[in-house]
Ligand binder design. Structure first.
Ligand code: HEC
Length: 248
């Protein structure tokens, strides 16, 4: 039996669909839905073009479709069932999909983010060169205060509470150092690492992390950065966390 033209054309379109949907992802990343839809529309148009150009009798192609839609076939159970499928199931399915897509989504938009990600191994080695010098401690803190109010105050606020001028425009909000869950929970080396590499230096698990924290290693000297960190602790009265060092 000769395969009806309509069946050939549908097989061609469907074959393309399978290739794009299942075959292509084997070689490259899968196509987004909108691109797939675009390709399929093109494939459909070109198939119709092909049929209309190369078939002398175009009615060969569309008569079976018209017959199917009109239900001309008489008492053929298979055709009846497929008509039911086309006219009932497909609208139901499309309705269900539309319903799903307009349903409000109560999932939080961001996946959970790691607030204090593990720093790269090198960060643990940072030791404050000014830490042991008790005699000059106050002097270093004052120098750090200057660094802070010239650089950090705009985001982290003049009371170190994360309420600087820019804070409302930022998401993630600048860290609130007065809060007991920030620098008081962290080792000095960690805080120094965060100041050094800023939002850019954060590892994968801390994303999506749109932290605006600048990468201070490009702007401030190492000395200025350590002193700023010392000022953070001095002003807030927190002590850097040290138990990891004690355990050694
Ligand atoms: C452009 C705004 C901006 C400026 C200026 C800025 N920061 Fe930040 N900072 C941020 C943001 C945003 C975060 C991320 C908040 C978070 O991690 O939840 C952050 C985080 C931090 C953290 C990490 C705290 C934690 O709990 O992990 C430290 C430490 C820090 N900043 C210190 C500084 C210091 C010191 C300066 C000045 C030298 C400074 N920041 C200047 C925006 C800024």
């Amino acid at each position: 039996m000769k395969m009806p033209l309509v069946a050939k054309a549908s097989a061609c379109v469907f074959g393309f669909f399978l290739f794009l949907k299942l075959g292509l992802p084997l070689f490259t990343s899968p196509l987004p839905y909108s691109v797939l839809a675009m390709y399929m529309i093109l494939v459909l148009i070109s198939t119709l073009l092909y049929v209309s150009i190369f078939e002398d009798d175009y009615s060969n192609f569309y008569l079976p479709i018209v017959k199917f839609l009109r239900g001309d076939e008489g008492d053929n159970a298979v055709r009846k069932m497929s008509r039911i499928a086309v006219f009932v199931m497909i609208p139901l399915f499309m309705g269900f999909r539309t319903y799903k897509s307009v349903q409000p989504n109560f999932e939080p938009p961001f996946p959970q983010r790691v607030i204090h990600p593990a720093p790269p191994g090198s960060a643990a080695g940072f030791v404050n060169p000014y830490g042991g010098d008790e005699a000059n401690h106050e002097k270093y803190v004052q120098e750090g205060r200057k660094v802070y109010y010239e650089n950090c105050v705009f985001c982290h606020g003049d009371k170190l509470d994360g309420k600087g001028f820019f804070a409302n425009a930022l998401n993630v909000k600048p860290a609130n150092f007065a809060d007991p869950t920030t620098i008081s929970m962290l080792q000095e080396s960690f805080v120094f690492w965060r100041v050094k590499t800023g939002g850019i230096g954060l590892p994968e698990e801390a994303t999506p992390w749109d932290s605006a924290m600048p990468r201070w290693e490009l702007i401030l000297s190492e000395e200025e950065r350590w002193k700023a960190v010392m000022f953070l602790y001095d002003y807030t009265g927190w002590k850097p966390r040290t138990w990891e060092l004690d355990a050694e």
